[in-house]
Design a protein around this ligand. Structure first.
Ligand SMILES: C[S@@+](CC[C@H](N)C(=O)[O-])C[C@H]1O[C@@H](n2cnc3c(N)ncnc32)[C@H](O)[C@@H]1O
Length: 203
């Protein structure tokens, strides 16, 4: 993959320079609503790929999930580490999500926010397969997905029809909700959708 944004340095420079317009300053309200409806049952785990500075990690801990988070920017991971409550069950990896050793079928939940839209659209089929392989059967991929043009990113928006056609190869669709523009940073206002997909239990 030759795109500059496929390399850690692209993101590392932006975190160091404080140029992170994608960040939501806190826990996105749509996630707060989800966690109120879905506190962890015993043994439930969540994976946060491309976690950035980890704004949401403490919320998952508070909801009872054992948390694993991955990002390949060292500065982002350091910031995320600073947000984890002392003694919390959080494993933070500074690593490439596509190659780091994560347990197959290891997660009840995988959380998306501005990770997929950071990746070249040519990689989305690989993302969908990787996410499916990491979810337990019946596990869910949930979060905030960006819609809009997929050219000239990042961010690369999803065309809903194209995205759904791809995801339906691997997942059952559970829910799609429009995110009120006031709940997004200016860069994404009116373009974020809360979506929930489930890995089928059967083959
Ligand atoms: C737009 S930022 C979003 C960060 C965070 N999810 C948020 O909402 O603030 C994209 C993040 O994905 C990370 N990233 C991109 N490609 C990655 C990869 N292959 N493996 C791990 N992290 C990656 C970047 O370092 C960056 O922190």
């Amino acid at each position: 993959m030759s795109s500059v944004h496929a390399a850690p340095d692209f993101w590392e420079e932006r975190y160091r320079a404080g140029e992170t317009p994608w960040e939501y300053p806190g826990v996105p309200p749509a996630l707060t609503r989800f966690l109120a409806r879905n506190p962890a049952r015993s043994g439930e785990t969540v994976l946060v790929p491309g976690c950035g500075s980890g704004q949401e990690l403490a919320a998952f801990v508070a909801a009872g999930y054992a948390v694993t988070a991955v990002d390949f920017s060292a500065t982002a991971v350091k910031r995320a580490r600073g947000r984890v409550p002392a003694g919390a069950a959080v494993a933070l990896h500074c690593a490439d999500f596509f190659t780091c050793a994560l347990p197959l079928a290891g997660y009840s939940l995988i959380y998306e926010r501005t990770f997929v839209c950071a990746l070249d659209p040519a990689r989305w089929p690989v993302v969908a397969k990787r996410i499916t392989s990491l979810l337990r059967p019946g596990g869910r991929w949930v979060g905030l997905f960006l819609e809009g043009p997929k050219e000239d990113g990042p961010p690369f928006g999803w065309d809903r029809g194209e995205a759904e056609a791809l995801l339906r190869l691997h997942f059952e669709h559970l829910d799609t909700q429009r995110v009120p523009p006031a709940e997004s940073p200016a860069l994404f206002a009116g373009r974020e959708w809360w979506r929930e997909w489930r890995r089928p239990v059967g083959p």
